[in-house]
Design a protein around this ligand. Sequence first.
Ligand code: NI
Length: 188
Amino acid sequence: MAIRKIAKMGHPVLKRAARAVSDPKSPEIQALVADMVETMADANGAGLAAPQIHEDLRVVIFHVPAERATDAPEDKPEPLTVLINPVVEPLTQERELGLEGCLSVPGFVGAVPRFTKIRYSGYGLDGQKIEREASGFHARVVQHECDHLDGILYPQRMEDLSLFGYVEEVRRALEARDEAHTVEEAAD
Ligand code: NI
């Protein structure tokens, strides 16, 4: 296991579609995920996608900490989930704005529209299929991480760039409105 270097916005590895994994149970994927888990924990992230550590493969990890879960019915705390070759399908056209950060865009946060309810599937490290429905933060973090596999960073999903800014400035502005907690809840 090792803490890996995180690619930052502008690096080509973050701009291309990642390759499908042929065998989720292979030793190479087990080792990759071990490094991703260690790197995410070190960076205090809620999720991480393989391209962020310069690996061009369709693998994401995430968790939903209790303090980030919202009141939505499918948004309960989730332990660490490994998703290989994930597929995300919106279950509604409804979207909502929520603040996101990204380990590849350090120091910034932005309000990003995301589908409020999704179904997602993929494979775990044991090769078993995972299929879940998610809403709230859970749905947001999955959409954010899976976007990385298609070369999309959250600023590219934003429709109002006036809602993009330095963490410190956004926190200060929200504190004035007593909403600073939303900065702490930003994804990944
Ligand atoms: Ni990210």
